[in-house]
Design a protein around this ligand. Structure first.
Ligand SMILES: C[S@@+](CC[C@H](N)C(=O)[O-])C[C@H]1O[C@@H](n2cnc3c(N)ncnc32)[C@H](O)[C@@H]1O
Length: 224
């Protein structure tokens, strides 16, 4: 993957807002065992509830969400170094205090996130990885469910949006197989009278093509 212009300098300028994971070939299960649990009070300077976006891309969604909800803290997770820098720059430019970034894969969340500390997780237009051989990279694959369950408070929610019908069906199967309760399912979000929707970068692209956006909410209780 090509790096954005001046990648290293720009990354350096973002460090005060970002938690980095060193590149390593080590098995992620080994990395997860060495806990470095986040201290939210030290990071955000308050005890406000914390929500998580996984795969935040260039950060349009989380930036707007954080501006609308100044009493909620947001962690934005992203594996791609280029886009997370752009997201971080946008947040720093607007001086929005309640967002911090984590450059890591969702696979590593149990290393950082204290158990039962996240009120809500957002999965917006996650990569669908249509080929079966990459199924375990899909962010709604069953392998991620215990990780999400670890992070979430009891009855915490995952809010998912996607433009991909097959991925949406797959996600419904996976959430259900894990025992999460589904609610507010929409097969055409933008014609469903849903208020307060925040359009993400990818969502804007698909809307321009008149494609429907699928959305659901999955409730996790700790017995799932
Ligand atoms: C299709 S983009 C969507 C970006 C943004 N959420 C939006 O709606 O415009 C999916 C993003 O998820 C990130 N991603 C993919 N797998 C991930 C993982 N395991 N952990 C964290 N981020 C991931 C990708 O790098 C990419 O930026």
């Amino acid at each position: 993957m090509r790096r954005i212009k001046n990648h290293d300098e720009r990354k350096e300028a973002c460090l005060s807002r970002m938690l980095y994971v060193a590149k390593t070939d080590e098995d992620y299960r080994e990395i997860v065992k060495r806990k470095e649990l986040l201290d939210y009070k030290a990071i955000f300077g308050n005890d406000n509830p914390v929500e998580l976006e996984i795969g935040c891309g260039k950060g349009r969604f989380v930036l707007e969400l954080a501006k609308r909800n100044p009493d909620v803290n947001y962690l934005a997770v992203e594996v791609n170094s280029n886009v997370i820098i752009e997201a971080c720059e946008a947040v720093m430019e607007e001086n929005v205090p309640n967002i911090f970034f984590m450059r890591c894969g969702a696979e590593l969340l149990e290393k950082y996130i204290p158990a039962g500390s996240i009120q809500r997780i957002y999965l917006n237009h996650s990569c669908p990885f249509p080929k079966n051989r990459y199924e375990n990279r899909r962010l709604t694959n069953l392998k991620f469910m215990p990780i999400y369950s670890h992070c979430l408070v009891a009855n915490g929610e995952i809010h998912q949006k996607t433009d991909n019908m097959h991925f949406f069906e797959y996600s419904i199967e996976q959430f259900s197989a894990y025992g999460a309760k589904l609610k507010n399912i929409s097969l055409d979000l933008h014609n469903a009278g849903f208020e307060d929707n925040i359009i993400t970068e990818y969502e804007a692209k698909f809307l321009r093509k008149n494609m429907p956006i699928y959305r659901l909410e999955a409730v996790f209780n700790h017995n799932t």
